[in-house]
Design a protein around this ligand. Structure first.
Ligand code: ZN
Length: 312
């Protein structure tokens, strides 16, 4: 099987341009270096396209197997810092990820849609993440939420989570910080350039099945956008989970009430966790728990709450 390799000195990507016009798709693997499923799935897709097993019939496709080669070589999340924060090109790069961003940002801006392939730390089912609803606001103005949601539903994951930056900003405020560039990752940058973006979390980092999930997501995106004739995974048709709240850990003696997993359902009044002084943290409404991190550092995100978004 083809495997991705990376040299920290350079980025590489492969582009195909069909003669028939159509939308343009960019796929990123290994924005986080230890999330290797996307890198290997992208290399497979490059091999399939190179050998004619997969044919681009319209539009453009760019495949970046390894977005952070230093982190990928080290099998770490970050090289010198998280590439998926402060993803803004600057003229005076200060670190490795700044230099990567300066190369990748123009590539993002040249495409309509971004598919960002990630994996996660704890066992769980794959899910896709989208951004805000359409809005004219100052923080993350957006007008392509419907296209973004349609792409997210086409990737094979049977869960979709919405509204990351808004809740991330709220967590910053809860820490006493002003929301700033820290919350701007590849997806937020893509939206700022007129495109739209979906992140898919394909499974646990080391799980070989995550590579299959990532490959299915690539095929799902190609089929959905009409770029290639490939079998599409089943569309997700349920309600999306809209992030409503982020809860920070305040003490090392704060503890979760259960061994929560992402998408575990909660009812209004359910105890989700206990503060060090015995105060319960209670769900205010029906929904689910997302991204629980039992041993989060004090002052950092402990878990998120979401509710079903019937409108999306
Ligand atoms: Zn990641």
């Amino acid at each position: 099987m083809q495997r991705a390799i990376a040299n920290p000195e350079s980025l590489h990507w492969h582009s195909w341009a069909a003669l028939a016009p159509g939308p343009s798709l960019l796929v990123l693997g290994a924005v986080h270096g230890n999330e290797v499923c996307g890198a290997h799935a992208v290399v497979r897709a490059i091999d399939d396209l190179t050998h004619g097993r997969l044919v681009l019939t319209r539009g453009r496709l760019t495949l970046v197997p390894v977005a952070n080669p230093l982190a990928f070589r080290n099998n770490t999340r970050e090289g010198e810092r998280n590439l998926n924060r402060r993803f803004l090109p600057r003229g005076d790069p200060q670190d490795y990820e700044d230099r990567i961003t300066r190369r990748l940002a123009p590539l993002l801006a040249q495409h309509d849609a971004l598919l960002d392939l990630h994996s996660f730390h704890t066992p769980g089912d794959p899910f896709a993440m989208v951004g805000p609803r359409d809005n004219p606001g100052p923080r993350e103005p957006f007008a392509r939420a419907a296209e973004e949601m349609a792409l997210a539903r086409a990737l094979g994951a049977q869960q979709v989570v919405e509204g990351w930056l808004e809740v991330y900003d709220r967590a910053a405020l809860a820490r006493g910080e002003l929301p700033g560039d820290e919350g701007i990752g590849t997806n937020e940058y893509m939206r700022s350039q007129g495109g739209y973006a979906v992140t898919i979390e394909c499974g646990q980092h080391e799980d070989p099945e995550a590579i299959e999930v990532a490959q299915q997501a690539i095929h799902g995106a190609l089929a959905h956008l009409g770029l290639a004739h490939v079998p599409a995974p089943a569309r997700f048709s349920g309600p999306a989970a809209r992030l409503t709240e982020v809860v920070l850990r305040r003490s090392p003696r704060d503890r979760l009430a259960r061994d929560w997993h992402s998408f575990d359902a909660v009812d209004a009044g359910d105890v989700i966790a206990w503060r060090a002084d015995g105060t319960p943290v209670i769900a205010q409404r029906e929904g689910c728990v997302l991204f629980p991190h039992p041993e989060a550092d004090v002052g950092r995100e402990w878990f998120y709450l979401a509710e079903a978004d019937a409108a999306a």
